[in-house]
Design a protein around this ligand. Structure first.
Ligand code: PLP
Length: 374
C-alpha cells in the first residue's frame, strides 16, 4: 500500500468558482489565471473546470505550449510578456497574446519577423512598482507600439497591490485607480485591471471590471481577503483537498513532549495521532501547535513541530480515532466536513496561495470525478 497521503483536485469546484467570477464580472470576460501550474493544482488536473473561461492567463512559456497541446484554441495571455526576443517566435506560432511592460519588449517586437501580427497588453505601472510603464511614459509607449507593424491590437492592463483590503480607511484600489484613469483616459483598446480581490470586492464599478477580469486564487477556492471574509461569504469551494491517515497513536503523560525540539509539552495525559504528512509534502513547517486539522471530519489541532514526513495531532476531540483514521489537512473531509486552506495558511503566517503552490511532487494527485483509469 502506498503512503496514505493524497491530494484530490476538484475540477467541478474550479468550474463553480469560475462561475462566481463571471457573475461578479458582469459582462466582462474572464481570464482564468493558471500560472504556477494552476496554483499547484496541475493544469491538466483542473482542465475540465477551465473550459468555460474566456481565456487562460499564465507566464511560463512551457505552460502556454501545454495548454495549446491540450487543445485550447481560445486566448492565451502571457502576464509577464516575453523574456527574450526568440520567445516572440512562440507567440507567433501559438498565437499567444502578451503583456508589454518595458521598452526592450517593444524593440524586440519591432525587430521580430512574423506573418501574423500580435495582440499585446500594454502594462501601466499604476503604483505596484513591479512591472509596467510609469504614467508619464505610458502614452509614448502606446504611440510607439501603435506604429509597429508587428502589432495589430493594443489592450491596456494594470495590477492592484491592495485590492484585498482597505488602506487608510479607503478601498485599497483608490490611489491606483486614479492613476489608471488619468494615464489611460483617451487611449483606445480593451482594459483589464481586476484580480480576484478586485473582482470580488470592487467589480460593481464598471471601470474596475473593464473588459476582462483576471481570476486567480478565487478559482481555486482561496479567499484573497481572508480573514475579513471567508470562502462561505463569497460562495467559493475548495479546488484541492489534502488528506492522509493516522499511522500511529501515542499516549502522552503530563510532561511528555512530541516531535523535534520538544516544543509541545502535555500538561495532562493526552492521546495523540501521528499523521503521514510533513513539510516534504508541502505542509508548512511554520504551522505552530494549534493549527486546525480534521480527524475523521472532526476539527482538532496539531501539536509540536511539523517534521519532514509526519506531524502530530491532538485526539482528545475524537476519542474513537485510531490507526488508519482519515486526516484532512485542508479542503474536503469526510461526512461533509471542510477545512478552509485559508485557516491553515493563517496559522502558518502565510496565505492560501503559498500552500497550494507548495504541494510537493511526491504527493499523488487524484482528480475528483475522473475515471480511475485516467
Ligand atoms: C497572479 C496574477 C493575477 C491573479 O491574482 P489573484 O490574486 O490570484 O486573483 C492577476 N493578474 C496578474 C498580473 C497576476 O500576476
Amino acid at each position: 500500500m502506498p503512503r496514505p497521503i493524497l491530494a484530490t483536485v476538484h475540477p467541478a469546484a474550479v468550474a463553480h468558482n469560475l462561475g462566481i467570477a463571471r457573475r461578479q464580472a458582469g459582462g466582462a470576460r474572464v481570464w482564468a489565471v493558471i500560472k504556477a501550474n494552476a496554483y499547484g493544482h496541475g493544469i491538466e488536473h483542473v482542465w475540465p473546470g477551465l473550459q468555460a473561461a474566456d481565456g487562460l492567463a499564465l507566464l511560463d512559456l512551457a505552460e502556454a505550449e501545454q495548454v495549446r497541446a491540450l487543445g485550447w484554441r481560445g486566448p492565451v495571455l502571457l502576464l509577464e510578456g516575453v523574456f527574450e526576443p526568440r520567445d516572440l517566435e512562440l507567440c507567433s506560432r501559438l498565437n499567444l497574446w502578451h503583456v508589454v511592460h518595458n521598452n526592450e519588449q517593444i524593440d524586440w517586437l519591432a525587430a521580430h519577423k512574423t506573418h501574423q501580427p500580435h495582440r499585446v497588453f500594454l502594462k501601466l505601472n499604476s503604483g505596484m512598482n513591479r512591472l509596467g510603464f510609469a504614467p508619464p511614459a505610458y502614452r509614448s509607449a502606446w504611440a510607439r507600439l501603435n506604429v509597429v507593424p508587428q502589432v495589430d491590437e493594443i489592450s491596456l492592463v494594470s495590477h492592484f497591490s491592495d485590492a484585498d483590503a482597505d488602506r487608510f480607511g479607503a478601498p485599497g484600489i483608490d490611489h491606483q485607480l486614479l492613476t489608471w484613469q488619468s494615464a489611460s483616459a483617451d487611449l483606445p483598446g480593451e482594459r483589464s485591471i481586476a484580480n480576484s480581490a478586485a473582482t470580488l470586492r470592487h467589480a460593481a464599478d464598471a471601470e474596475v471590471r473593464g473588459d476582462w477580469v483576471r481570476a486567480g486564487i478565487m478559482m481555486y477556492g482561496g479567499v484573497p481577503d481572508h480573514p475579513e471574509h471567508d470562502a462561505a461569504h463569497w460562495g467559493l469551494q475548495p479546488a484541492m483537498s489534502l488528506s492522509s491517515r493516522l499511522i500511529a497513536t501515542q499516549r502522552l503523560a503530563a510532561g511528555d513532549s512530541v516531535g523535534y525540539g520538544s516544543t509541545f509539552l502535555a500538561d495532562a495525559p493526552l492521546r495523540i495521532g501521528i499523521v503521514a504528512c510533513g513539510y516534504a509534502d508541502g505542509y508548512p513547517r511554520h504551522c505552530p501547535t494549534g493549527t486546525p486539522v480534521l480527524v475523521d471530519g472532526v476539527c482538532t489541532r496539531t501539536v509540536g513541530r511539523v517534521s519532514m514526513d509526519m506531524l502530530a495531532v491532538d485526539l482528545s476531540p475524537v476519542p474513537a480515532a485510531s490507526l488508519g483514521s482519515e486526516v484532512t489537512l485542508w479542503g474536503h473531509g469526510p461526512h461533509g466536513s471542510v477545512l478552509p486552506i485559508d485557516d491553515v495558511a493563517r496559522a502558518a503566517g502565510t496565505i492560501g496561495y503559498e500552500l497550494m503552490c507548495a504541494l510537493a511532487r511526491r504527493v499523488p494527485v487524484r482528480v475528483d470525478g475522473a475515471s480511475s483509469a485516467a
